[in-house]
Design a protein around this ligand. Structure first.
Ligand SMILES: NC(=O)c1ccc[n+]([C@@H]2O[C@H](COP(=O)([O-])OP(=O)(O)OC[C@H]3O[C@@H](n4cnc5c(N)ncnc54)[C@H](OP(=O)(O)O)[C@@H]3O)[C@@H](O)[C@H]2O)c1
Length: 306
């Protein structure tokens, strides 16, 4: 029988630690704030926003919501980010994607100050991850420990995946990990993090030929395509560890992942469910990064460092 990896349990543990951190910061007169930018009316984004609100409120982080109509201009977004970059109440800035096609999303994301880029998607944060300048965060026993030299964050979803695997005692060194996605938000940073952990990494995407020939060799499969049932039981080896990051909302309102859970679970030693797997851990990592940003900025302003 496979062991089901419980994302809600891990998320609760992370949030309990963040709550202690935030309380300590509050005692020193520091409030922690997260600004969230939403464009248009996307029901999935609203759901995600509500989940972030709940989690933040629970740990004492204030959320500043900035909602714009679909007709928003790029300059309006750049202006608000510019003011949030210098807003002392705001320690993290999150932009919900996708933005309308006519807006250059990379330009908008890159305008976030790296020290407030808590989802790690700006070019500076991505570059630091690729250059192994921020991967030390993956090796801390207690990732709440920060130093003033920490000037960027690593993306929440893949960071959460690594935490999830380690929480369940998975040693990554030397393992063959197959990542299905090369997206900037999930596949690419996750591949880099797995490499930093000295796994052997195969990255797959839409143009990958014969996906099952690769997945059948995997010790660990991490999939984030949004394609229901892309991984089936006959595509994996016995004992495989499966992390399903994909989310798809079906027409009847059910939420499913990429993995055909029923056929894969019989072969897997560890498997994440959807919902209740990676999703809650992603949110926990977002608020953890936000609290760390507040702690770091306070440290930098300490008279002892001046
Ligand atoms: N659980 C969470 O916290 C969380 C967080 C973020 C995202 N997600 C979910 O993860 C999924 C992906 O999100 P994203 O923003 O990364 O999306 P994205 O930018 O569209 O990336 C999807 C990736 O999957 C690959 N792909 C799609 N169909 C494929 C197929 N049939 N075979 C092989 N590869 C395929 C794409 O390949 P190409 O590059 O070749 O197009 C791309 O690399 C979505 O379901 C999203 O809701 C979940």
């Amino acid at each position: 029988m496979p062991k089901i990896m419980d994302g809600r349990k891990l998320a609760e543990e992370i949030k309990a630690e963040v709550k202690k951190e935030v309380r300590l910061l509050n005692e020193h007169g520091i409030d922690v704030g997260l600004a969230v930018l939403l464009v248009g009316d996307n029901p999935a984004s609203e759901q995600y926003f509500l989940a972030i609100m709940r989690a933040s409120k629970n740990v004492g982080i204030t959320v500043y919501k900035h909602k714009f109509p679909d007709t928003v201009t790029i300059n309006e977004l750049l202006n608000i980010i510019n003011s949030l970059n210098t807003d002392e109440r705001v320690n993290g800035i999150l932009i919900f994607l996708p933005l309308p096609k006519r807006i250059n999303a990379r330009r908008v994301i890159n305008s976030i100050a790296p020290e407030k880029d808590v989802d790690g998607l700006g070019a500076i944060s991505v570059g630091r991850l690729a250059a192994d300048e921020s991967t030390f965060q993956l090796f801390k026993n207690n990732s709440h420990e920060i130093s003033e030299s920490m000037s960027s964050f690593i993306p929440c979803t893949p960071f959460g995946v690594i935490k999830f695997l380690e929480y369940y005692g998975v040693a990554l060194k030397g393992k063959h990990a197959v990542v299905i996605s090369k997206s900037l938000a999930v596949g690419k940073p996750l591949s880099m993090m797995l490499l930093a952990k000295e796994a052997t990494v195969t990255v797959c995407h839409r143009e990958t030929k014969n996906l099952s020939a690769l997945t059948i060799q995997a010790d660990i499969i991490c999939t984030a395509t949004g394609q229901q049932g892309i991984i089936k039981g006959d595509m994996v080896k016995d004992g495989v560890i499966v992390v399903d990051i994909g989310i798809k909302v079906l027409s009847d309102g059910r939420i499913v992942g990429d993995v055909d859970f029923d056929s894969v679970k019989d072969r897997a030693s560890l498997i994440t469910p959807v919902p209740g797997g990676v999703g809650p851990v992603t949110i926990a990592m977002l608020i953890e990064n936000t609290a760390r940003s507040a702690k770091r900025s306070d440290l930098l302003k300490s008279p002892l460092l001046m």
